[in-house]
Write a protein of this length. Structure first.
Length: 982
C-alpha cells in the first residue's frame, strides 16, 4: 500500500506525538484532538487541523499545520487561523510548517497581526513531510513539543484567569521583519532547489554552469542535494536583500515602488525585477544589484505568487520612518550564524579582527584593504577603529578635528571578494553604518584579488546583462598605488581534494604571478592563503602593515620556507600569535596563527628587529572583553598590542642557545619568545646547498615548558649536531630494480664479486667482524683478486691485507627502516646487496657485469633522469655512516648503529662522525637515543601536509641540538661513561 505523505497524514502523526508528550511529561492539558467543528455565524463549518484541550473542557490552542514550503507568516494562513480561533473563543493559535512554529495571541484589539505574535521557534530543517518517518526527526520533535507545551501552558495559565494582567513583550520592528523574511527564505528555497535539481538533469550546460559557480565560490561540488539547497538559499537571500535594499533607496531618493502585480510567469517576474534593480546599479550599487550566475537561474512559475506577495509587503514599509539603525539591524540579523555555515560563509571573530587591526591601523587616516573581505567584518571594524582613533587623537591634540565622517571613512576602506554573495553583504554592512549617506558607495570589488594590481583600473563587478545607460567605464575604479594597511582572513583549503577541485590550474597561475613579480618559485604544495601574503604585500609601501589570520601550517610545513624567506627579506616581522586554549577558526580542525608584518626596505633594520612569537594562555575575551562601548573595547585592544610591541630584552630572560640568543617573557597570561630576524634567517639557511630552506618556527610558540627550561638550565650543555657529525642523505639510484639485487639474482646474472662486495680495511675490521655472518665473508689469499679489482686504485694492499688475506664483505644496503629490527643494524635482516661499479665500460670488456649493464640499457634505465645525470649512469657514490636515521618519522624516533658499515638508501640519512668523535660511536648513539631527542626532532622537523609524517631535512638534523659528548666525557668517570655506552 502506498502512503501519501500529505498534510492530513502529518496531522495524524503529530497528534499522536502531542498526546504522548502530554501524558509522559504530565503536562496539564487533557489531550490533543482532530476533526473538531467550528461553526461560523452563517452556519458554515470549519475544521482546524489540531486543537489542544485544557482540563476543564475548553480549547486552549488551535494548530494550523502546513508543509515546509508554506510561509508560517503568510497573511491568508494567519488570518484563517485567527478567524477560527476567534469564532471558537480560543485564546491562542499556532501556525506550524514543521520547520518553524509561531504562537499567536487571538484577542488583542487594536493591534496589528504581527504584534500578536508570542513566540517564534525554529524546530527542524526538513524539505518534505516524508522526513517525519525518520526516528531522529520524531525524537527531535518530541523534545521540542515537551518544551513548547510547557511554555504554552504557562501562557494559558496567565491569560485565562487574569486577562487584564497578561502583558506580552512588544516586538521591535526589525525583529518582526526578520522573522517574516526568514520564513520567506524557507518557503521559497525548497521548491527552487527541487527545480534546479530537475533542470540540471535536463540541461547538461546548466549543470556545467552550476559546477563552475561552486568552483568560483571555493567550494567542493559533490552534486548532492545539500549543494543545490545551498545554491538555492543563497539565490533567495540575494533576491530578498535586493528587494529590501531597493526599498531603502526608494525611501531615500523618492524612487517608484517595485510594481509586479501584472506579471504571470517566472521569467517575466525576473525581467521586471531587474528593471528596478538596474536603477540601483545607476546609483552605484552594482555589487548589490548586478546579476551574476545566481540571477540567471530561472524563477519557477510556482514561486511567482510568493515573491509577488513579498514585494507587496515590503512596499508597505516607509523605510524613512522606520529609522536607519533599525534597517541596519535587519540586514545584519537576517542571516543567522547557523545559516551562514550553510551558505559557505565563515565569519571571522570580531575580537580576532580587532586584535589584528590594533596592530595595523595606527592612524585615523590609514587606508585599509581587505583582499578577501567576505561579509565585511574587517572593513566594518576598521571603520570603527578609524573613527575611534580620530576622536582619541583629537583629544590628545594629534588630529585637527574630532572624529571622521562616514563619507571620509568609506573612501579610505576598500574590499575585494571573488564571490558575489559575500561582496554583496560587505557593501550592505558598510552602507548601513550611515544610511543617510547613500550617495557615497563603498569601494567593494566583486573580483578575483589576483587580477587586481596597485594603481591600475579594475572593474568593480561583471555585468551579466547589459544595463541601459551603464558603460564599462562607469563600473571601473582605479585602485590606489598603495595602502597603509592590508588585513584579511584569506580562504583556506583543508583537504587535498579541495586543492585539486578548486585550485587545479588556478594555483599554477598564482605561482606564475609570484614568480613574475617577486622572482620566487613557490612550491606546488603551497596553500592558497600563502598567495595572499605575496600579493597583499604588493599593495604596501615601506612602513605599511600586513595582518592575516591563517592556518598555522606555514610555520612548520615545507612550503612555509617560501613565506619565511619572503617575510625575512621584505618585512619586519612584528608578531606571530597563537592561542594555547582556543581555536580562532570556526572549523575546529584548523589551528590558526595571526601574523603581523611591517614592510621594510632597510636590511639592517630588518636584521636587528626582534620577532615576537606570542603564545596566549588565556582566551582572547580575557584580554579583549566583549563590551559594546567602542572606546572601552579599543582601549583593551591597545593595552594588549602595546604590551606585546613594547616587550623587550629588559623584561625578558636572556638565553644563549645553539649560536643564537633568545629572550623569553612569561606570566600566567602569555609567553613571548623573542629572536632577531638575522638569527631566524641563519637558522633556516642551509650552508650545504647555499640557499634558504626554512626552519620550524612553531617551536618558538608551541614548544612545551620543559623545552624552555632545558634552554635556560642547559645553555652550555648542547651543541648543534653538525659540530660533531655530518649528515648525508642516502643515494637515490634512479633504478632500484637494477642496483639492488638479492644473492639469488646476483648468482643468476653471475656478477663478479668486486661489484657486490668490497674489501675491509685493517682499521675497519676489528669494529665490524663480530657483526658479519661468517657465511658472508670471503677470504682473498694474498690479495690476488684484490690486485685486479676496481679497489686496487683506492687502497694500498697494506691497508687491506689482514693475516695474509684480503677480507671481502657484501655491499649491504639498508633499503627501508623496516629492515632495522633493533638499535644495531643486523646484516641478516638485509635482503639486498647494492652494485658498486666504478669502472668505464671499456675496462669491463668480457665481464658479466658489462652484460648486465647492457641489459639495463635495453630496459632504458640509463635514460631515467637520475641515472642520466651521472657521468657513468651505473656508478653510484659511496654513502654510508656510523649511525643511521630516518628522514620521515611517524611514531618511531630511533638512531641505528651501522656497525657493518652498510650503504643506505634515500629514505635514510647517514651520520658520519667527525674525526675526534670516531672512537665514541656508542656514546653518540646513546646521546641520540636519549629521551631529549624525540622532542627536539618534533620541534625541528616539519609535518608534510597530507601525510601526517614528520619530515626532517639534512640541514635540520645538523642544526638540531644534541648533548655535547665533550661535556659528558669531561664530567663523568670512565665507569659511568661505560654504563651510558652499554
Amino acid at each position: 500500500m502506498s502512503i501519501r505523505f500529505d498534510e492530513r497524514w502529518a496531522q495524524g502523526r503529530l497528534l499522536l506525538w502531542i498526546n504522548e508528550v502530554i501524558k509522559s511529561r504530565k503536562i496539564p492539558f487533557s489531550k490533543a484532538d482532530q476533526e473538531v467543528q467550528i461553526k461560523t455565524r452563517k452556519g458554515l463549518v470549519r475544521y482546524p487541523d489540531i486543537v489542544i484541550w485544557d482540563g476543564d473542557g475548553r480549547i486552549a490552542c488551535l494548530i494550523e499545520l502546513k508543509k515546509p514550503v508554506t510561509d508560517v507568516y503568510d497573511d491568508s494562513l494567519v488570518e484563517d487561523a485567527l478567524r477560527k480561533a476567534s469564532l471558537a473563543g480560543i485564546p491562542f493559535f499556532v501556525t506550524w510548517n514543521i520547520n518553524k512554529l509561531v504562537l499567536w495571541e487571538t484577542f488583542k484589539e487594536g493591534t496589528s497581526l504581527l504584534d500578536r505574535r508570542l513566540l517564534h521557534q525554529d524546530v527542524l530543517d526538513i524539505k518534505d513531510l516524508r522526513a517525519l518517518t525518520r526516528t531522529d526527526v520524531e525524537r527531535r520533535i518530541k523534545v521540542f513539543l515537551a518544551e513548547f507545551l510547557k511554555t504554552l501552558y504557562v501562557y494559558y495559565e496567565q491569560k485565562v484567569p487574569r486577562p487584564e494582567r497578561f502583558v506580552l513583550p512588544k516586538l521591535n520592528p526589525d525583529e518582526i521583519m526578520i522573522y517574516r523574511l526568514k520564513t520567506v527564505v524557507d518557503a521559497l528555497y525548497i521548491p527552487l532547489s527541487n527545480f534546479v535539481m530537475k533542470k540540471k538533469q535536463e540541461d547538461p550546460e546548466f549543470y556545467g554552469d552550476v559546477a563552475e559557480w561552486f568552483v568560483s565560490q571555493g567550494w567542493i561540488f559533490g552534486d548532492t542535494e545539500e549543494d543545490y539547497d545551498r545554491l538555492s538559499r543563497q539565490a533567495i537571500y540575494l533576491l530578498i536583500n535586493k528587494i529590501l535594499f531597493y526599498n531603502v533607496l526608494r525611501s531615500r531618493f523618492g524612487l517608484k515602488p517595485i510594481e509586479v502585480a501584472a506579471v504571470k510567469s517566472g521569467e517575466e517576474l525576473k525581467q521586471k525585477l531587474q528593471e528596478f534593480f538596474n536603477i540601483g546599479i545607476k546609483f552605484g550599487y552594482g555589487v548589490i544589484f548586478a546579476a551574476d550566475f545566481l540571477e540567471k537561474i530561472p524563477i519557477p512559475d510556482e514561486l511567482v505568487k510568493e515573491i509577488k506577495k513579498l514585494v507587496v509587503e515590503l512596499n508597505k514599509y516607509d523605510f524613512s520612518k522606520i529609522g536607519y539603525d533599525i534597517i541596519g539591524r535587519i540586514f545584519e540579523k537576517l542571516i543567522p550564524k547557523t545559516e551562514r555555515h550553510k551558505l559557505g560563509q565563515y565569519f571571522t571573530r570580531s575580537d580576532v579582527v580587532d586584535l589584528i587591526l590594533g596592530f595595523t591601523v595606527k592612524h585615523p587616516d590609514n587606508t585599509v584593504l581587505d583582499p578577501a573581505c567576505g561579509s565585511g567584518t574587517f572593513l566594518v571594524r576598521a571603520y570603527y577603529r578609524k573613527k575611534y582613533l580620530a576622536e582619541k587623537f583629537a583629544r590628545e591634540g594629534k588630529y585637527p578635528k574630532f572624529g571622521k565622517s562616514h563619507d571620509e571613512l568609506i573612501r579610505e576602506i576598500w574590499g575585494v571578494d571573488i564571490a558575489k554573495f559575500p561582496a554583496h553583504l560587505s557593501v550592505i554592512n558598510l552602507v548601513v553604518r550611515d544610511l543617510k549617506a547613500l550617495e557615497n558607495v563603498p569601494k567593494i570589488a566583486c573580483r578575483d584579488f589576483f587580477d587586481i594590481n596597485p594603481g591600475l583600473k579594475s572593474l568593480l563587478y561583471e555585468l551579466v546583462y547589459e544595463v541601459p545607460g551603464i558603460a564599462k567605464e562607469d563600473i571601473e575604479v582605479e585602485f590606489p598605488k598603495s595602502f597603509d594597511v592590508v588585513v584579511t582572513n584569506p580562504p583556506y583549503t583543508r583537504q587535498e581534494e579541495m586543492e585539486d577541485v578548486f585550485l587545479g590550474g588556478y594555483k599554477d597561475r598564482l605561482r606564475e604571478l609570484v614568480k613574475r613579480i617577486d622572482g620566487i618559485q613557490v612550491g606546488k604544495r603551497s596553500s592558497i592563503y600563502a598567495y595572499f601574503f605575496f600579493h597583499g604585500a604588493h599593495f604596501l609601501e615601506s612602513g605599511g602593515r600586513l595582518g592575516l589570520i591563517t592556518s598555522n601550517s606555514w610555520l612548520d610545513v615545507d612550503f612555509g620556507k617560501f613565506l619565511q624567506e619572503y617575510f625575512l627579506d621584505n618585512f619586519k616581522i612584528i608578531a606571530i600569535i597563537e592561542s594555547k586554549v582556543e581555536r580562532w577558526f570556526e572549523d575546529a580542525d584548523i589551528n590558526t596563527a595571526i601574523t603581523i608584518l611591517e614592510k621594510c626596505n632597510d636590511e639592517k633594520e630588518r636584521d636587528s628587529n626582534l620577532v615576537k612569537f606570542v603564545y596566549l594562555k588565556k582566551p582572547l575575551k580575557e584580554f579583549i572583553p566583549p563590551v559594546e562601548d567602542e572606546e572601552e573595547r579599543w582601549s583593551a585592544v591597545e593595552k594588549l598590542v602595546e604590551f606585546i610591541e613594547n616587550c623587550g630584552k629588559e623584561q625578558a630572560k636572556e638565553i644563549d642557545f645553539l649560536d643564537k640568543k633568545l629572550w623569553i617573557f612569561e606570566d600566567d597570561r602569555l609567553r613571548i619568545t623573542m629572536i632577531s630576524q638575522a638569527d631566524l634567517y641563519a637558522e633556516g639557511y642551509n650552508e650545504e646547498t647555499n640557499r634558504f630552506e626554512g626552519s620550524k618556527w612553531g617551536k618558538y610558540i608551541r614548544a612545551p615548558e620543559i623545552f624552555f627550561k632545558i634552554l635556560e638550565k642547559g645553555r652550555d650543555l648542547f651543541v648543534p649536531l653538525r659540530k660533531i657529525a655530518q649528515v648525508r642523505r642516502g643515494f637515490t639510484t634512479g633504478a632500484n630494480e637494477f642496483f639492488y639485487l638479492t644473492p639469488e639474482q646476483i648468482e643468476e646474472h653471475k656478477i663478479e664479486r668486486e661489484f657486490w662486495m668490497h674489501p675491509v680495511t685493517r682499521e675497519e675490521w676489528p669494529k665490524i667482524k663480530e657483526y658479519i655472518p661468517k657465511e658472508d665473508i670471503w677470504l682473498d689469499k694474498n690479495g690476488k683478486y684484490f690486485k685486479k679489482s676496481q679497489y686496487a686504485d683506492q687502497y694500498e694492499l697494506e691497508e687491506v691485507i689482514i693475516d695474509g688475506n684480503v677480507i671481502w664483505v657484501p655491499n649491504y644496503i639498508v633499503k627501508s627502516p623496516r629492515e632495522c629490527k633493533s638499535i644495531i643494524v643486523d646484516p641478516r635482516d638485509l635482503k639486498y646487496r647494492v652494485l658498486m661499479i666504478h669502472k668505464d665500460k671499456r675496462d669491463l670488456a668480457g665481464t658479466n657485469v658489462l652484460k648486465y649493464i647492457e641489459w639495463g640499457e635495453e630496459q632504458r634505465f640509463h635514460e631515467r633522469p637520475t641515472c642520466a645525470s651521472r657521468q657513468r649512469w651505473y656508478d653510484l657514490p659511496e654513502i654510508r655512516g656510523e649511525l643511521l636515521c630516518m628522514m620521515s618519522l611517524n611514531d618511531r624516533h630511533i638512531f641505528w648503529s651501522n656497525n657493518v658499515n652498510s650503504y643506505i638508501d634515500a629514505r635514510l640519512y647517514g651520520i658520519s662522525l667527525k674525526e675526534r668523535y670516531k672512537g665514541e660511536i656508542e656514546l653518540v648513539s646513546a646521546i641520540l637515543n636519549s629521551s631529549f631527542i624525540p622532542m627536539f626532532v618534533e620541534l625541528w622537523g616539519r609535518v608534510n601536509l597530507g601525510q601526517g609524517a614528520l619530515d626532517v631535512k639534512v640541514y635540520e638534523y645538523e642544526k638540531m641540538p644534541v648533548i655535547n659528548p665533550n661535556s659528558i666525557l669531561d664530567a663523568l668517570s670512565d665507569t659511568e661513561i661505560k654504563k651510558i655506552k652499554n
